[in-house]
Design a binder for this molecule. Structure first.
Ligand SMILES: Nc1nc2c(ncn2[C@@H]2O[C@H](COP(=O)(O)OP(=O)(O)O)[C@@H](O)[C@H]2O)c(=O)[nH]1
Ligand SMILES: [Mg+2]
Length: 198
């Protein structure tokens, strides 16, 4: 029997945006109001069916901040898809991506090719249409386009992938968008894995 392809997924983003909560919602189907801070990294794995292919998602959840930079630098280049999460009710977490994550990726992937990225706007259950500071779909999509433009020279050329950065909105609390998110993670990750094997 053919071996199940293993897709390596790295979650990154500012702290408290809901990275661990999204992974727990997907792997355990639960939501915790209080979660311990991720120290270093957490690792989870789950089988997943995408179209007719069975894959195994190997998910790495990194603690934010400079302290764990050495871990992220080691693991990013091995991943098939990178998931960058921000909190739609906290603009600082979107700014953090432009200020820190893009620089880190540019540094780590300067001599390597970058896998596809999924940008995630999480905590949509807390978003209020009256709050001008919250981030709405249009702005998230615009940011994804900017991110793609900024990182364009670094991406792995993959014929089947038209967009290297896709934008998804989720709520780890209600579960909204979480299925779609992991479907995209598996699909993009599989395309990347297969392109690397050619
Ligand atoms: N209301 C709401 N709270 C969330 C959501 N996702 C995460 N949280 C809460 O936000 C806090 C930080 O989540 P956590 O997953 O630890 O963030 P991380 O530091 O990015 O891993 C926790 O108290 C979670 O319960 C969400 O979609 N909606
Ligand atoms: Mg965490």
């Amino acid at each position: 029997m053919a071996q199940i392809p293993i897709i390596k997924v790295c979650f990154t983003g500012d702290s408290q945006v809901g990275k661990t909560a999204l992974i727990k919602r997907f792997t355990e189907g639960v939501f915790y109001e209080v979660l311990p801070r991720t120290v270093g990294y957490d690792f989870k794995t789950k089988p997943f069916q995408i179209d007719k292919t069975m894959v195994r998602l190997s998910i790495w959840d990194f603690g934010g901040g400079e302290v764990w930079e050495f871990l992220r630098e080691k693991f990013y280049p091995r991943s098939n898809v990178i998931v960058i999460v921000f909190d739609v009710t906290n603009r600082k977490t979107l700014i953090y991506i432009g200020m820190h994550i893009t620089k880190e990726l540019q540094e780590v992937f300067k001599n390597k090719t970058l896998p596809p990225i999924v940008l995630v706007g999480n905590k949509t259950d807390l978003r209020q249409s009256s709050n001008k500071d919250h981030i709405f779909t249009e702005e998230g999509e615009k940011f994804a386009i900017e991110l793609e433009e900024c990182l364009r020279p670094l991406f792995t050329p993959i014929e089947k992938i038209k967009k290297n950065v896709i934008y998804i909105e989720t709520s780890a609390k209600t579960g909204s968008g979480v299925g779609t998110l992991f479907k995209w993670i598996a699909l993009l990750g599989l395309h990347h894995l297969l392109s690397m094997k050619q």
